[in-house]
Design a protein around this ligand. Structure first.
Ligand SMILES: Nc1nc2c(c(=O)[nH]1)N[C@H]1C(S)=C(S)[C@@H](COP(=O)(O)O)O[C@H]1N2
Ligand SMILES: [Mo]
Length: 254
């Protein structure tokens, strides 16, 4: 099967290195991008049909060549966040809201003490680079089990601390979402550790999503709260993610 990952990375995907920067794929309106976008619906249906619940490839420690290349927001400047960071995130709490039977407010120490999953996976950015890193975190399914989503809940929305855009119209903080199939996938974790260390600020401390069968922009960093919803009306321009609202695919399967 020609997966998005192979389309995007071409032959380079065959020589896996820890971190690979590829030139020439960076222009926002390339033919490649147009082709990929046209294939979105097909990709999601085909991937679900062909791959079902299959796992994304996992790698060995030796495949980790360098730190995870930070991209997008690499720091947060809100006073609230800086306060939490100064305290080693001891006062951070993950809020779980929306269409759930039991809204949650989970302290950082509880999150890091919960049963965790560690996985060494490759992160593919739509800009054309990829990086292998080791991620440790709480399976999202465990958090959903505690919150008990209502039957009508269709998506999990991630609200982030970082301001990704400042314009005259105001500030926009990063947001992303995934559906319940990806939310319950065994490799979908809320990571608090990277390469054996607490998650660095540049890579989304204190908590970032890993959703390993999709592109990098789905992996929301600096997660402040998660919200269960039945539609994207009322979130940004209604397409479910900061980048989807700007023309990228909401389902970014690889
Ligand atoms: N909150 C937030 N999450 C984000 C981004 C961002 O700007 N803000 N950028 C996305 C993009 S495009 C990529 S490739 C990855 C980068 O993750 P990294 O910095 O750990 O490599 O984070 C994604 N998640
Ligand atoms: Mo990205």
């Amino acid at each position: 099967m020609i997966s998005r990952r192979n389309l995007l990375l071409g032959g380079a995907a065959l020589t896996l290195s820890g971190c690979k920067l590829l030139d020439g794929l960076n222009s926002g309106d390339s033919m490649l991008r147009a082709t990929l976008q046209g294939a979105e619906n097909l990709t999601m249906t085909a991937q679900r049909f062909l791959l079902g619940d299959s796992l994304a490839p996992e790698f060995a420690e030796a495949d980790i060549r360098q730190g995870q290349h930070p991209n997008g927001s690499t720091a947060v400047d809100s006073p609230e966040y800086l306060d939490l960071q100064a305290g080693g995130f001891a006062n951070y709490r993950l809020q779980v809201t929306g269409l759930v039977e039991t809204p949650l407010s989970i302290p950082y120490a509880t999150l890091t003490a919960m049963q965790s999953r560690t996985q060494i996976t490759r992160h593919d950015c739509v800009e054309g680079w990829s990086c292998i890193a080791k991620w440790t975190g709480v399976p999202l399914s465990m958090i959903l089990d505690q919150a008990k989503p209502l039957l009508k809940a269709r998506y999990v929305v991630f609200h982030c601390f970082d301001t990704i855009e400042r314009t005259l119209a105001g500030e926009v903080t990063y947001y992303e979402s995934i559906d319940m199939v990806d939310a319950r996938h065994p490799q979908t974790i809320l990571a608090w550790g990277m390469n054996g260390q607490p998650l660095p600020m540049a890579n989304g401390a204190p908590l970032r999503l890993r959703v390993e069968r999709q592109l990098g922009y789905k992996m929301a960093k600096y997660v402040q709260s998660i919200e269960l919803v039945d539609s994207f009306a009322g979130l940004g321009s209604g397409r479910g993610s900061y980048w989807a609202d700007r023309g990228y695919e909401w389902y970014a399967g690889i």
